[in-house]
Design a protein around this ligand. Structure first.
Ligand SMILES: Cc1cc2nc3c(=O)[nH]c(=O)nc-3n(C[C@H](O)[C@H](O)[C@H](O)COP(=O)(O)OP(=O)(O)OC[C@H]3O[C@@H](n4cnc5c(N)ncnc54)[C@H](O)[C@@H]3O)c2cc1C
Length: 425
């Protein structure tokens, strides 16, 4: 009996999990390796960061997601590198042989060369990041309640979000809602309504990847939630007491005890190890530049997908979004099946279907663009809601999120406002 073809998938995010699941009917073995034991629905991290959802609502064990798939197994391990010529994956505590390798280990927060800002302004990428932000934000309101000096209290009630892409906009909107709709009435000395949520960006408009009229709409929705928008403002300094920005009018200091980072990501460290092993090229963001069939040039048995991959589409790299990772996963699984003699051979080039863009602002507004059609306000928010519920991996998560959102929508409540243990971050 010949041994089954071994497909090793690194990462249990959208790219990795969908690859493994799409291979469920193929006669091969799939091993999914992740250093975390759960699939994380990152698009709702901002809700955990602002107390709207609990961690368990947006994360589910990868092992459970693949429970019914007989040809798949899950290994909890950190991948540290590859030995491409020996077809071996290097783990923190061993190695693993593969016939076909699919790399989908995502991206990490990037501080534009200012790593000293990392502990001062947490980013939002991992579940722990969301918990860290939640702790800092809630602790700031508590500190404001106990602060007698008005100026210092104001600094505790000032929240600066750096970066006005979809993550920054969603985070600022949710913070505005928390401060101006959820918390009022719960404090005695500090008035959460006096909080300032400031959304900063060096560019000239927020949501630069959206058409300008939708940026305008988003500005209106944010303003209704009390968010101040400062475009054309580059951050030049962050410390424990505030943020310094450079604007056309010169430098300005914003006293603020909470700064949050939503200004950039870069390829996972594993991308560098892959570069060393294969000589592949990385783009400026540190993502692996792949061939048109998503393999590493010269290594037809190694695919790179999702955020970790730089996939050229119509002259531009695809953005780091879930639909790209999912479509790439499905394509790669078709290529693998076809190579082993199963299914129809897919086109030699990966074709992307643009499903448009969405960003939500608070609990009842969003902006959306789909093939030239633009939606905003409540209608766009409903689209956002349905899509996010559909893409949650487990039915259980969908139910939990729906219950929490109904509660949030009807009562402005945010039930997961817990200040949990400090991990030093
Ligand atoms: C705050 C936020 C909001 C977002 N909102 C949206 C949105 O609204 N819509 C949208 O389409 N997209 C959104 N995205 C982007 C979307 O989440 C990503 O495009 C998607 O998760 C990419 O999937 P992936 O599989 O490439 O990587 P990921 O989902 O990041 O998964 C990577 C996996 O690899 C594992 N891993 C990493 N390194 C190693 C290693 N060395 N060894 C073992 N395992 C490893 C990680 O633990 C992780 O499970 C958002 C992202 C963030 C951070």
């Amino acid at each position: 009996v010949t041994a089954a073809h071994q497909v090793v998938v690194v990462g249990g995010g959208f790219g990795g999990l969908y690859t493994a699941q799409s291979l469920r009917r193929a006669s091969l073995d799939v091993t999914l390796v992740d250093r975390r034991n759960f699939h994380l629905f990152q698009p709702l991290l901002y809700q955990v960061a602002t107390g709207g959802l609990s961690p368990g609502d947006i994360a589910s064990p990868v092992r459970h997601a693949l429970k019914g798939q007989r040809n798949a197994r899950v290994l909890l391990a950190e991948v540290t590198g590859i030995e491409a010529t020996r077809h071996r994956l290097l783990l923190n505590d061993g190695e693993l042989a593969y016939d076909t390798l699919v790399l989908a280990s995502g991206v990490v927060n990037h501080y534009l060369g200012r790593d000293a800002w990392r502990p001062l302004a947490p980013g939002l990428k991992e579940l722990e990041d969301a918990l860290r932000i939640r702790r800092r934000v809630l602790a700031a309101f508590e500190a404001a309640e106990r602060e007698a000096d008005p100026e210092r209290r104001e600094a505790w009630l000032t929240f600066v979000v750096v970066g006005a892409g979809p993550t920054g906009v969603e985070l600022a909107g949710a913070l505005g809602e928390l401060a101006h709709r959820t918390l009022p009435g719960e404090f005695r000395a500090a008035d959460p309504r006096r909080s300032r949520v400031i959304l900063l960006d060096a560019g000239e408009r927020i949501l630069p990847s959206f058409p300008p009229p939708l940026s305008e709409r988003a500005c209106g929705s944010l303003a209704r939630l009390g968010v101040e928008i400062r475009t054309g403002a580059s951050v030049v300094g962050i410390d424990a007491e505030g943020v310094t920005v450079e604007t056309a009018g010169g430098q300005e200091r914003i006293p603020a005890r909470t700064a949050l980072w939503a200004a950039g990501v870069q390829g996972a460290p594993l991308a560098r190890a892959v570069q060393e092993a294969t000589g592949c090229k990385l783009d400026a963001m540190g993502r692996v530049i792949v061939a048109e069939n998503l393999t590493i040039p010269g290594f037809p048995e190694i695919f790179v997908i999702g955020d970790m991959a730089h996939v050229e589409w119509r002259g531009r790299p695809l953005p780091c979004i879930a639909p790209a990772a999912i479509q790439e996963a499905r394509y790669v699984s078709r290529v693998i099946r076809a190579r082993l003699g199963g299914g129809v051979t897919p086109p030699a080039r990966f074709e992307y279907f643009d499903k448009g863009m969405l960003a939500t602002i608070g609990r009842s507004a969003a902006v959306a663009e789909f093939r030239g059609l633009r939606f905003w306000g409540f209608a766009a928010w409903l689209v956002w809601l349905v899509i996010h519920l559909l893409y949650l991996i487990e039915f259980e998560n969908r139910l939990l999120v729906l219950i929490q959102w109904s509660n949030q929508y009807l009562r402005s409540s945010r039930g997961s406002r817990l200040i949990t243990a400090d991990d030093g971050g």
